[in-house]
Design a binder for this molecule. Structure first.
Ligand code: 5CA
Ligand code: ZN
Length: 414
């Protein structure tokens, strides 16, 4: 698929010393290094299911990992960033049926809106933007590999034979989310799983291939006519575009279980290697005390804010004011404060001279290296901007350097 384009990332003066880039890995709950010292950093961020894009929660997740993308570039690394589009799945089919439109048309419309929102928010595009539909041969091939390893089995409690991944085939299953079996079963049922389906070997075994039912979209394959389950899609795309043992598997914390646990398990069984080196998750953005989600209908859309004249850079700053792992509730007041901050920064970088900016750059880099701490990075720019407008200074380079640092590292265009 086509991704989108964003403004190029300006280069910054190379630092003399820079702290190692670390973030909290969900699997170990420890700070771990992210990416290699040289060469190519490899990241997979789970993309949208395109039936209701782009809400502020989505934007928060993609902006969080956009920081990581930018930090890697700033360190001179090449980045191979892959993002998928779940352009065939139950929720998309249900929404298309409710709205009386074709599912493929709905997916295309919403994906296009997402691209426009990402471009407006200055999110760097992934190198590979990949849909499930266009990945059908890859997915079928991976399921077949797992089947040959006895990790996939049929369940045919009806006239349809569906294929399931056997969780027991992975000795490390559970090592990401660390849930008790009861907790895992409850969350699995809430998030698209079917723990009670008759004929399965274990409640947490997940669907990998659904035999076509009447009226449903289907793909002919060696597995029979059908369509893939959700988790196998991301496993197949990640292994194909990044290879096993890539640096970071990322997404919102709602994906830790079952989605990323299943992806990691399927990946390990298929390759005998770790799936990803680190698993990094952003917090959930809510509205009025509830997680923002399509099913609850409590969504604030980026496109609606843009249409009402809100500066996308103010949206970006409102999101960056929260640490990426935090769960928080969106309010309109946050947008107001972000707009004021944006105005202060813009005023400061338009001065003929400001304070020396080298220290701001050091502080922003250090904050981002420490578990992508955007709020601390914003505070460093605040301090510079406040002092620059208050103090008569003659560093003519300062404002331009801060503007370049904000663009390159924070994606905020001043
Ligand atoms: N297509 C799958 C991933 S393969 C999916 O979860 N799609 S989604 O459209 O529901 O979510 C897209 C991304 O936004 C995921 O990374 C998800 O974790 C994140 N996300 C969804 N809701 C929120 C929210 N309220 N706050 C923060 N991030 C969210
Ligand atoms: Zn995914």
């Amino acid at each position: 698929m086509q991704a989108w384009s964003s403004r190029p990332m300006p280069s910054l003066p190379q630092p003399s010393a820079i702290p190692p880039l670390q973030a909290i890995d969900t699997a170990t709950q420890q700070l771990v290094p992210l990416g290699p010292d040289t060469g190519t950093a490899r990241m997979y961020v789970c993309g949208i299911t395109p039936y209701d894009a782009t809400h502020i929660g989505h934007a928060n997740t993609y902006i969080a990992f956009d920081l990581l993308h930018r930090v890697w570039h700033d360190r001179g690394l090449e980045v191979n960033y892959v993002q998928n589009v779940t352009d065939i799945d139950d929720p998309l089919l249900e929404r298309a049926a409710d709205n009386g439109i074709d599912w493929a048309e709905l997916a295309e419309q919403e994906t296009q809106l997402f691209r426009e929102d990402m471009a407006a928010l200055n999110v760097l595009p992934p190198q590979h933007y990949v849909g499930a539909v266009e990945s059908m041969p890859l997915i079928v091939d991976l399921i077949d590999q797992l089947r040959r390893r006895q990790a996939v089995y049929p369940v045919d409690d009806s006239e349809f034979e569906d294929l399931y991944f056997a969780q027991a085939s992975d000795s490390e299953f559970g090592s990401l989310a660390h849930l008790s079996e009861d907790e895992a079963i409850a969350i699995f049922a809430e998030r698209g799983g079917d723990p009670d389906r008759l004929g399965k070997k274990a409640p947490l075994d997940c669907l990998v291939w659904r035999h076509a039912r009447a009226g449903e979209p289907r793909w002919e394959s060696m597995l029979g006519a059908g369509r893939p389950g959700w988790h196998i899609e991301c496993t197949a795309i990640a292994l194909d575009r990044l290879g096993a043992g890539f640096d970071v598997q990322a997404g919102g914390s709602d994906l830790i279980f079952p989605h990323h646990e299943m992806c990691a398990a399927q990946g390990r069984v298929a390759t005998d290697q770790p799936f990803a080196k680190a698993y990094v998750h952003s917090g959930m953005v809510g509205l009025n005390g509830e997680k923002m989600s399509k099913s609850k209908g409590n969504l604030v859309f980026v496109s609606a804010l843009r249409a009402s004249g809100v500066d996308p850079m103010a949206i970006r700053l409102a999101l960056l004011a929260h640490h990426y792992r935090e769960d928080w509730d969106w309010t309109d007041e946050m947008l107001g404060s972000a707009q004021l901050r944006l105005n202060r920064w813009r005023e400061a970088v338009r001065l003929d001279a400001g304070l020396n900016a080298d220290e701001v750059l050091v502080q922003v880099r250090a904050a981002l290296a420490n578990d992508l701490d955007a709020p601390t990075a914003l505070a460093a720019v605040d301090a510079w901007a406040g002092a620059s407008v208050a103090i008569d200074s003659d560093d003519v380079e300062g404002p331009a350097l801060v503007a370049r640092a904000c663009e390159a590292l924070l994606g905020v265009t001043l």
